[in-house]
Design a protein around this ligand. Structure first.
Ligand SMILES: [Zn+2]
Ligand SMILES: [Zn+2]
Length: 576
């Protein structure tokens, strides 16, 4: 695989031997990471390939590695260049890591978007909140149905997950047939409107013949089977039943079955359901509209919290990942305008902490505990389950589908390796672990990496999208580590020093280990450098600035042991 890669060049068009027609797979995000899912399937000969996009998600920045970044989106360069050959975008389910980049990046692609009624309605609600500035061509496709997009014959197969209407996607072309699992698990006892993974249909597809499966790896390192959402509902009702004061529960707002379970627990414990957070209100409205919450679903806005006794309140709120502006963070800081919790109250974390958010979630939990508030997490009781398949469930999938080729997705390297080993042990004849950017032939003739496409990340930085590799975020990362020295020189048109140099040091220590003033050391270094060059040669501005820059950097390195960013600017004045 590595050999094949080294022979190709990023960005070069894929070339198949003899221009044969093939079914190919390419991830622009989602391999080697959990997040930013964005996959492409192509059919036809390399020079006349038609493409289908499956999902277009975001991922979240990792604190100090991405200073000032709000959200990370996939770099779509490859398919933007091929836009004319892109037939459409299919969304498997309404999680941010699968559809969160759509609204921002759709204007670069402008092709129809296919989604189930719940996902489509949620998308429209988000667009409306943005003032409908983007008009996306959204086509609603019923769950478990067949449809056609360009040269692709598609079929949604219902799976179980942690959001309404999750779908696996069967992609059939003249060149082969692939199952893209999306995010899934097996759920024998679904709660609320959820359904189980359609094993019967998957087994049927296995009999008909599947060339390749692209499969969720998130929990491939976890033994056994994942617990059921119905068990969580029971356990939540038990936990709430034991509480004497107010109860606040934080969940992922898209987990509508969990919202139904919490509403049912409120009723069973004689509490009133109160909802805080805009995302939660939007989700509930969309879920009622699309039939995923029962018609008799009742909730109150957060203002109601002040009007009832604490033991009558069950507060459902956003902020399970420690988001600073969300309801839970403000409650923990005791800065929420209406919701005040006290020492006899309880907060239940009915969610998983996404890796990278441990510190912020921990901070909120510590604040609550310091104030004597009882907290319940999934370490204490069954108050959350995963939406992804553990090992026994993965085995079942491979047994149903009996693919000729398996490619793990939706996992970091270790999760994908575990899924690959499991697929092999389950008897899949060919298993390939590939990376974002690998163009992989799936069929006919077995899997192979045949080329490489450019991939990358875009950072949402304020109101702009910037590239991650060369962009301002890289400079900020460096600034945060080493600080900056800014030097201003004033020379005249004969190269004489017309004024004393000016220096600003930011983020750099004031004195060295011997107590010498770093600013004085820097000024001396500049002075020596300028004087070492005859006036005439100082007229070469680039050269003199470069010399000063090097002198300042090495002086600070000598004093501090770190090399800062140095900027030198020269003003030129008329010689007297
Ligand atoms: Zn998901
Ligand atoms: Zn996902």
């Amino acid at each position: 695989m590595a050999d094949q890669r080294s022979k190709t060049r990023a960005g070069k068009r894929p070339v198949a031997a003899g221009g044969a027609s093939e079914l190919v797979f390419l991830a622009l995000g989602g391999l080697g990471e959990i997040g930013m899912n964005c996959y492409l399937y192509g059919t036809g000969p390399a020079d006349r390939r038609e493409w289908l996009m499956v999902d277009i998600g975001i991922t979240f920045p990792e604190g100090e590695f991405d200073p000032g970044v709000d959200v990370i989106l996939p770099d779509l360069r490859f398919i933007e260049d091929e836009q004319i050959n892109l037939a459409g975008i299919v969304i498997t389910h309404a999680h941010e890591d699968h559809f969160g980049a759509l609204i921002e990046l759709w204007p670069r692609l402008k092709v129809p978007v296919y989604a189930t009624p719940f996902t489509a309605t949620l998308l429209k609600a988000k667009l409306a909140e943005n003032g409908n500035r983007t008009k996306i061509n959204i086509r609603e496709i019923p769950v478990s149905s067949q449809f056609k997009v360009g040269a692709f014959d598609l079929e949604f197969v219902a799976v179980a997950h942690s959001v309404p209407e999750p779908q696996a996607l069967v992609i059939k072309t003249a060149d082969g047939k692939v199952l893209h699992t999306g995010d899934w698990k097996i759920e024998p006892t679904p709660y609320g409107s959820s359904t189980d993974t359609d094993g019967a249909r998957l087994a049927q597809l296995g009999i008909e013949g599947i060339d390749a499966i692209i499969c969720d790896s998130t929990n491939a390192m976890r033994e056994g089977r994942s617990p059921s959402e119905t068990d969580v509902a029971k356990s939540l009702a038990e936990q709430i039943g034991k509480c004497t004061g107010a109860v606040a529960i934080t969940i992922f707002s898209s987990n509508v079955a969990r919202i139904q379970a919490i509403s049912d627990a409120a009723r069973a414990s004689g509490r009133q359901l109160i909802v805080a957070g805009r995302a939660m209100h939007r989700m509930i409205a969309v879920a009622i509209e699309t039939g995923h919450l029962r018609k008799d679903f009742r909730s109150h806005d957060q203002d109601h919290f002040q009007h009832i006794a604490p033991e009558k309140a069950l507060l459902l709120c956003t902020g399970s990942q420690g988001e600073p502006r969300a309801a839970l963070s403000r409650i923990a800081d005791n800065e929420h305008p209406v919701v005040k919790l006290t020492a006899r109250d309880t907060v239940i974390f009915s969610s998983r902490t996404i890796p990278g958010n441990e510190k912020t979630v921990g901070r909120i939990q510590n604040k609550l505990v310091e104030r004597g508030i009882n907290i319940v997490t999934d370490n204490d009781a069954l108050v959350h389950v995963t939406g992804h398949p553990r090992r026994e469930e993965l085995k079942e999938m491979y047994a149903w589908v009996k693919p000729k080729l398996a490619i793990p997705m939706h996992g970091e390297a270790r999760h994908m390796a575990a899924n690959a080993a499991l697929a092999k042990a389950a008897g899949v004849p060919q298993v390939m672990v590939v990376r974002n950017g690998d163009i992989v032939r799936l069929a006919p003739g077995g899997g192979a990496v045949i080329d490489e496409a450019p991939t990358g990340r875009l950072y949402r930085d304020g109101r702009l999208l910037v590239e991650s590799t060369e962009g301002p975020v890289r400079d900020r990362r460096k600034l945060a580590q080493v600080g900056i020295a800014v030097v201003s020189l004033v020379l005249d048109t004969k190269g004489q020093i017309a004024a004393d140099p000016d220096v600003v040091l930011d983020g750099i220590p004031e004195t060295d280990v011997n107590g010498h003033d770093v600013l004085d050391l820097v000024l001396d270094a500049i002075d020596n450098t300028l004087r070492s060059v005859p006036p005439k040669r100082r007229l070469d501005q680039d050269k003199i600035e470069d010399m000063v820059k090097k002198a300042v950097r090495s002086t600070i390195d000598h004093a501090w042991g770190k090399r800062p960013i140095v900027k030198v600017m020269t003003a030129t004045v008329e010689a007297k």
